[in-house]
Design a protein. Structure first.
Length: 141
């Protein structure tokens, strides 16, 4: 049985710069995701390092955290049955070169780093990532 889930997505700085916010949010709504909460903000290098701490030992960590703090982002809390896996499907592969037709990354990503969108990958990371960007009262819906 599918259960109602929440997941955290970020429209990354490259997609904001390309005026893709509206198109990406339209995709969420067309695919049945309910927007619980949403905010546009900029994060510091230090905040990006905390958010991506799981990748601290990866060679791309420094570049990734510079990129994520390079301009405005939009963070959204989404709700839907099977939201975590369904969002990953709608996002497409990390590497846009192999992202499927019809996915957000296929349309908007320009490289494996500047790949337009983030989505939580599991229930525990969704919980951490939702509470990174949203206070309890903002999700009490
Ligand atoms: P995901 O965003 O599809 O879950 P992760 O492996 O969790 O992919 O990586 C987090 C982010 O780090 C990616 O979305 C991308 O922006 C960046 N990234 C991942 N792999 C590479 C790489 O090989 N080179 C540069 N940046 C990368
Ligand atoms: Mg990931």
């Amino acid at each position: 049985m599918k259960t109602l889930q929440r997941t955290l997505t970020i429209i990354k700085p490259d997609a904001v710069r390309r005026n893709a916010i509206g198109d990406i949010i339209e995709q969420f709504e067309k695919h049945g995701f309910h927007i619980l909460s949403m905010k546009m903000l900029e994060i510091s290098k230090h905040q990006a390092e905390q958010f991506y701490a799981v990748h601290a030992s990866r060679p791309f960590y420094d570049s990734l955290t510079n990129f994520m703090s390079s301009g405005p982002i939009v963070a959204l809390a989404l709700e839907k049955e099977n939201a975590i896996a369904d969002l990953r499907e709608l996002m497409g592969a990390t590497n846009p070169g192999i992202a499927k037709e019809g996915t957000i990354r296929k349309k908007w990503a320009s490289s494996i780093e500047s790949n337009a969108i983030h989505g939580s990958d599991a229930e525990d990371t969704a919980h951490f990532e939702l509470s990174f960007f949203f206070a309890g009262y903002e999700l009490a819906k």
